[in-house]
Design a protein around this ligand. Structure first.
Ligand code: PMP
Ligand code: GLN
Length: 382
């Protein structure tokens, strides 16, 4: 059988979580919280199920959830998306991104990704028959290089994928960078896929510059969000896509034959829960405290901290560690760290097509304080 994805193995997140479980390691690899969500959200699911919300919802998503999303986006980013024609509920951001790509990318079209990038983007483009055009973020700072992006644009460029706050680096695009992107794309018909799943994890008082804030970008964008990240329920797999009506219409053509609908009771529960802005309003402070705890602990080790403005990830350089394993390729180092030191991490090389190895690994700090402390005790030995 000829593989549709010959270069693809099992995702690094699954590989590292499996390895962490085998070795009983503290799992700071795959990004997910090790603490529960608000019990009120669980009660809302229970209530929704008992109220009989257990059959197919509308293909586009439960109306109350699309309405709640429209109200929230208007309040936060100042743009009104019509719940009926411009908002679709998806099975997490993963399905949203694949569906957006399948909806707009024709075989032979070029899609620009900014490396390092989330591991699903490239296989998604390949499944659509698109050609992946990789543009590096500036090494070290992970900021966008607009000259390089401009140079990568051709008449075949169909889409560009931007992720802010950025997994794995934690960097957040500035207002000036979003404006620059707007100017760059203005003379083109390039579709923007704006992956904003970490929109509520931005620290030090920085705002999140959603593409929704910029009329020129919003007019060409699929904006992707994920309730899994925002409400500590990554296993629920519920997200949304905002896009102007013509893009949403194309999106839904694919969506209806992909998942058709997303589970009903969770949508009702999320809609009810969203009435209170406190959970997402308080999220930056909640995660900033964990980031600071983790960074302060790492500052006492030989790991060199990279800056982190957002997300629940912290990248570190391993090249000054006192152990010879610091010379290993990042992926081997992470396997060693998991098996021998008992802390799982993700190699940054997994986010590059050519496996670029810069001796940087990513830790997830969406963990109970005691989990972070246990990991730090082990990391301090290096
Ligand atoms: N995009 C990025 C940048 C992510 O980090 C993740 C979560 N790992 C996703 C998309 C997928 O989100 P979801 O779990 O909602 O499918
Ligand atoms: N997005 C999460 C991460 O980067 C993991 C999601 C997944 O396992 N696919 O760690």
């Amino acid at each position: 059988l000829a593989s549709r994805l010959p270069q693809v193995g099992t995702t690094i997140f699954t590989v590292m979580s499996t390895l962490a479980a085998e070795h009983g390691a503290v799992n700071l690899g795959q990004g997910f919280p090790d603490f529960g969500c608000d019990p009120a959200l669980l009660d809302a699911v229970d209530g929704a199920m008992r109220a009989g919300h257990n059959q197919y919802p509308p293909m586009t998503g439960v109306p109350a959830l699309r309405q709640a999303m429209a109200d929230k986006v208007q309040a936060l980013y100042g743009r009104r998306y019509h719940p009926d024609t411009e908002i679709t509920v998806t099975a997490g951001a993963t399905q949203a991104i694949l569906t957006a790509i399948l909806a707009v990318v024709h075989p032979g079209d070029e899609v620009i990704v900014l490396e390092p990038c989330y591991d699903s983007y490239v296989p998604n483009i390949e499944l659509a028959g698109g050609r992946v055009v990789r543009v590096p973020l500036v090494p070290g700072s992970f900021r966008p290089d607009f000259d390089a992006i401009a140079a990568a644009i051709t008449p075949r460029t169909r889409a560009l994928i931007v992720n802010t706050p950025h997994n794995p680096s934690g960097m957040c695009w500035t207002d000036a960078e979003m404006r620059r992107l707007d100017e760059l794309l203005a003379p083109t018909d390039i579709v923007l896929i704006s992956d904003e799943v970490y929109e509520h994890m931005v620290f030090d008082g920085l705002p999140h510059h959603s593409a929704a804030r910029y009329p020129g970008l919003a007019a060409r964008a699929f904006i992707v969000s994920s309730f899994g990240k925002t409400y500590h329920v990554t296993g629920w797999k519920v997200g949304t896509v905002l896009a102007p009506a013509p893009l949403t219409a194309e999106f839904r053509k694919v969506h209806q034959f992909n998942v058709f609908t997303v589970n009903t009771p969770m949508q009702h529960a999320l809609a009810a829960y969203m009435a209170d802005p406190a959970p997402y309003r308080d999220l930056p402070a909640f995660y900033q405290r964990k980031r600071d705890l983790f960074r302060q602990g790492l500052a006492k080790t030989r790991f060199r901290l990279l800056p982190g403005e957002g997300t629940y990830f912290q990248c570190v350089d391993i090249s000054a560690l006192a152990v010879p394993e610091r010379e290993l390729p990042e992926a081997d180092f992470c396997r060693w760290l998991t098996a021998e030191i008992g802390v799982a991490a993700i190699p940054l090389s997994a986010f590059y097509g050519d496996g670029f190895d810069q001796k940087v690994v990513r830790f997830c700090f969406a963990k109970k304080d005691e989990t972070l402390v246990a990991a730090l005790e082990r990391l301090q030995r290096l």
